[in-house]
Design a protein around this ligand. Structure first.
Ligand code: HEC
Length: 108
């Protein structure tokens, strides 16, 4: 019984991790990401797609189809257009874009 008491809490953690949504697994803060996105990203995407620019993320031939690709593309745009952002702010942007637009699965 002693052993079971030690193992069971660990099992719970594994079960809980299994049910965590993708957004919970991402490190960033989507609220902060939304503000950063409005400040640094929207205007340029809007020039290309009109509206609020989110057509960039929903176009049929969009580039991003995995969370790794999302991280890569965000890092690319940040490096070229807002290199002063910190890696934590990049995480925030990834969380925001996934929650709001991409809804990609995050590997556990
Ligand atoms: C100066 C213009 C410009 C700015 C500013 C900009 N982007 Fe982009 N972004 C682009 C262009 C152009 C593409 C399309 C690249 C392609 O199709 O090869 C793109 C594509 C993307 C995509 C991929 C869309 C897809 O196809 O799924 C993401 C994600 C993205 N940008 C995120 C960001 C983020 C986050 C920021 C703000 C930090 C940002 N971008 C700022 C020009 C910009």
């Amino acid at each position: 019984m002693k052993l079971a008491k030690q193992i069971l809490p660990g099992l719970w953690l594994i079960l809980l991790a299994g049910t965590a949504s993708a957004d919970e697994l991402l490190a960033g803060n989507p609220e902060s990401g939304q503000q950063l996105h409005a400040q640094y990203c929207t205007s340029c995407h809007t020039q290309q797609f009109g509206g609020d620019g989110s057509g960039m993320y929903s176009r049929p031939d969009r580039r991003v189809n995995s969370i790794e690709a999302l991280m890569g593309q965000v890092a690319f745009c940040v490096k070229n257009t807002a290199p002063q952002l910190t890696s934590a702010q990049v995480d925030d942007l990834v969380s925001y874009l996934n929650q709001q637009h991409y809804h990609l699965e995050v590997a556990k």
